[in-house]
Write a protein that binds this ligand. Sequence first.
Ligand SMILES: Nc1ncnc2c1ncn2[C@@H]1O[C@H](COP(=O)(O)OP(=O)(O)OP(=O)(O)O)[C@@H](O)[C@H]1O
Length: 375
Amino acid sequence: MKFKFPLCGSSCFSSSRSNSKPTISTTSPGEQNHGNLRIFSTQELQIATRGFSSSNKIGEGAFGSVYRGHLADGSVVAVKVLSVEIESMRGEREFISELAALSNIKHANLVELQGCCVDGANRYLVFDYMENNSLAQTLLGKEQNRMKFSWEARRDISLGVARGLAYLHEEVQPHIVHRDIKASNILLDRNFAPKVADFGLSRILRDQASHISTRVAGTLGYLAPEYAITGHLTRKSDVYSFGVLLLEIISGRSVVDFDLELGEHYLVRKAWQAYKSNKLMQVVDPALKMNFPEEEAFRFLMVSLLCVQETAKLRPHMSMAVKMLTNETDIRDVQISQPGLVPNLKDIRLPQKHTSESTSSGGSTIMSLPSTTYF
Ligand SMILES: Nc1ncnc2c1ncn2[C@@H]1O[C@H](COP(=O)(O)OP(=O)(O)OP(=O)(O)O)[C@@H](O)[C@H]1O
C-alpha cells in the first residue's frame, strides 16, 4: 500500500512568545490536525535536556546541535536545536505542516520525528532517541568508539537501510529523495537495528550560504557524479550514495581516507580495481577474519558496485537492490560498468554562495547546486 505524504497541509499553528507555550489556532477543526506531530513547549524541552546542558549534548550537525532529553512520560528523545537562521526557513505554518507530514512517515528503518517546537526565532525538532549512535561513530569512527560488527550485523544493517530507502523512494507519495545518505545519518537503536535519519529535512531547512561548503565537503565521497556536476538530483543519486555506504559497511573503512597508503584513498576506486582483477573479496573488512559466508559477501559487493555505476540509469531501484541483496533476484549474469569515481577531492571548487531551491516534482528533484570541477 502506498503512503500518502501530503506536501502542504493547511494546518494552522501559532506560538505565544510571552509564555513560550505554543497554541494551536481553533479557527477550523480541520486546520488543527498535525497528525502524529507533537507540539512541544520550550519549557518542556528545557526540562528534558536539563537546560540544553553540555552533558546532554550528543552531537553537532550542519543544522545545529543535538541533545539527549528525558520527557516527563519517561521516554528518551533526541532534540535537534536548529541553528539555521529563521529567514532561511519556511514560514511557521508551512514548517509545521511539512513536519506533520514527515511525522506520519513510519517504517522500521526510519528515525521517527516525534514533534517540534517553535518559539519565536528558535526552532527545535524532537526525534526518537537512538541508543547506539551512528555508523560513522561505531563502525568507522575513532578506535575508542568502534564496536565489533559481525558479518550478520553488517548484513542486517545493510538490508535495513536498503528497505528504509526503498520505502521513501517507492511507497511514500510523492516520493522522497533523501539527498544525504551517509554513515552519520544511519543511526542504530538499542538492538542495533538501523534507522535512516534526516529524511525530508533538507527540503524544509533551506541551507544557509555560510555552512553549505562544509556540508557538501563532508559528504563529497557519497555524491553521485551527475548530482555533483549538474545538481540534478533523482532517486538514483541516493542509490549511488547507498552503494558507497554498502561498500563502507562491508569493508569497515570510510569512502575517502587519506591516512591509508596511496592507491587506497578512495574506496570506490579500490573496489572497482579489485573487481577488474578478480580480487573483489579483498575489499571485505580484514577485521572479520574470513568469518563470513563468501557467496553472500560477494553478492553484497556486486550490488554495491551496481549501485555506484557512473550511468544513473544502470543503477538499480532500491526495491531491486533489496531483492538482489536477499538473493530473490539473481545477479550472477549482471554486467557491471565503470563506477562514478572521485579521483581528486582537492580539485573540487566548492561554492562560496549557495541558494538551495529544491523542488520535488514528478520523477526528479532539481537543486541549484553550482557545477563543480570533478574529474
Ligand atoms: N535521533 C538520534 N538519536 C541519537 N543520536 C542522534 C540522533 N540524531 C542525531 N544524533 C547524534 O547527533 C549527531 C549529529 O546529528 P545531525 O543529524 O545533526 O548531523 P550529522 O548527520 O552528523 O551531520 P549532517 O548535519 O552534516 O548531516 C549524529 O551524528 C548522532 O551522533
